[in-house]
Design a protein around this ligand. Sequence first.
Ligand SMILES: Cc1cc2nc3c(=O)[nH]c(=O)nc-3n(C[C@H](O)[C@H](O)[C@H](O)COP(=O)(O)OP(=O)(O)OC[C@H]3O[C@@H](n4cnc5c(N)ncnc54)[C@H](O)[C@@H]3O)c2cc1C
Length: 434
Amino acid sequence: MRAIVLGSGLLGITSAHYLQQLGHEVTVIDRQPTPAAETSFANGGQISVSHAEPWANPSAPLKVLQWLAREDAPLLFRIRADLRQWLWGLQFLRECTPARTRHNIEQIVSLGTYSRETLQQLRAELGLEYAQRTQGILHFYTSQKEFDGAEAPARQMRELGCDRRVISADEAVSMEPALAHIRPQLAGATFTAEDESGDANQFARALARRAAEAGVQFRMGHTITALREAGGRIDHVEVTDAEGRFQRIQGDAFVLAMGSFSPLLAAPLGIRLPIYPAKGYSVTMPVLDAARAHQVSLTDDEFKLVFSRLTTPEGDRLRIAGTAELNGYDRNLNRVRCEAIVRRVEQLFPGAGDTSQAQFWAGLRPATPSNVPLIGRTKLGNLFLNTGHGTLGWTHACGSGKSIARIVSGLSPEVDFAFTGMQSALPRIAAAAA
Ligand SMILES: Cc1cc2nc3c(=O)[nH]c(=O)nc-3n(C[C@H](O)[C@H](O)[C@H](O)COP(=O)(O)OP(=O)(O)OC[C@H]3O[C@@H](n4cnc5c(N)ncnc54)[C@H](O)[C@@H]3O)c2cc1C
């Protein structure tokens, strides 16, 4: 079968790899000159099965309202005259009930656990190197109230098979000595030993190279302008190459993995995908003093930031990422947000990183209202989805890629998850995608 993968981010590349492994002739199309150059470029690096709590949860509506006027809010809705944003907001509110939240968490943990195992297998099989660390994720709290509230979600994670343990501030410091500096402010932490971190972009580029060696064709610098339907199937995609030449590319199956841009190409086919871009920031800086820098991947609960240490033979870097702004497709860097992140790094680990060489980046998370990605079938027989991975596209990449490759091939996925267009436990999302 000729399988065409639309998009070469983490989700497109993992889809292409597993499709090729199942014996298909695979072509990947992307507008960028290199793979993983958009949202999969400089994310927080965490493989965090333990962080399955979706943005939409019972406490979210009040928090979001309080944050509306705060320029440095962790989750900021910039209200626009944009119908898609309003519809997304309404669907988000519907996902905030306790029952929906619980259901969404179950989906996210199930896919996350499978995906982390799939990543570990792939890493072992191909010998991939991407600054990976397997020292767990430590989520620390500087507010006693928030720490007290951490017990219930940690228990829920444990019930779902993810061993997120509540630990004292002293235990946290003994696990990560770099936290000693803020010991007086630390209320406590949770720790998930099985979680990991690594450079998602390095991983994606390494996997793309291996896929190309195995025969996957990459058509980079090709902008997809339309998907054309004939007789209830996609007949071809229309693209414009880097020189502005128009082409049609035909295939037997098409996997839509264009991140935040997926809904724009699906809408003319009458397929409404509930995905809206949620802009996030990251800062990357060289390590200045290795003894002051953290080793374990961290989550700062108060500032909603994640920290990963990316160490390769070429260099040792700190990657800090977070914040979410729902403001359409704008990717401009907001100085207030960038400076707030650098200030926090200096507060926590003074002297650890070289802030004078900080590199700032912003990417658009393809966010669904529920945080549950859209993986599976559409109403068009040969159009498949692997998109809408929001905050956890790196964590879910390998499991999603392997699952969609199996679905395209007519095989059952290996994980219990509400795949779209297949007997789904998520009727609302599936209906929206159908
Ligand atoms: C600040 C930040 C921190 C994050 N931290 C983490 C983390 O710690 N852990 C985690 O699990 N996840 C994290 N994420 C989420 C993760 O990075 C994303 O979910 C993931 O990168 C999405 O991958 P994707 O392949 O769906 O989209 P993308 O990487 O955006 O890929 C889509 C591709 O489609 C291409 N494309 C789009 N339109 C067209 C067109 N018209 N023609 C041709 N090509 C097109 C683009 O060029 C792009 O290459 C973070 C995200 C952000 C922004």
